[in-house]
Design a protein around this ligand. Structure first.
Ligand SMILES: [Zn+2]
Length: 122
């Protein structure tokens, strides 16, 4: 006697659906997405290239790393992105691109801090 039906299968599918967890590929620290940088492997049909995703919206498989030089360097040295994205080789300038994004993140923070403290412009 088989009770398995489409209704049961649908329920199972919904339970399995996971919320995407964003954590650094180096320290595995789950973070707010604002403090994580995204690295994407483009879909095969788009060439499968790996790049730093400044918009956070590029198509493809993503991996995340803290916006810190320490984690970026470790990720590159320890080939964390290769492992996370099943991709190689990585573009040689990936670490540089990520660090530039880091600077942008921190300068935005500085800017926000300067605005909230009412820094006077000359
Ligand atoms: Zn990290």
């Amino acid at each position: 006697m088989e009770i398995r039906g489409p209704v049961n299968e649908m329920a199972t599918t919904q339970k399995i659906r996971r919320t995407p967890l964003r954590s650094c590929v180096v320290c595995r620290e789950p973070s707010d997405k604002k403090t994580l940088l995204r690295v994407v492997r483009a879909p095969e049909k788009d060439g499968g290239g790996v790049f730093a995703d400044a918009t956070g919206k590029a198509n493809g498989r993503g991996a995340y790393v803290c916006a810190s030089a320490e984690c970026i360097d470790k990720a590159v040295k320890q080939k964390r992105f290769e492992r996370a994205l099943s991709a190689s080789p990585l573009p040689p300038n990936l670490a540089e691109d990520l660090k530039m994004m880091t600077e942008k993140v921190s300068s935005e923070k500085v800017l926000a801090a300067a605005t909230s403290t009412g820094a006077t412009a000359t």
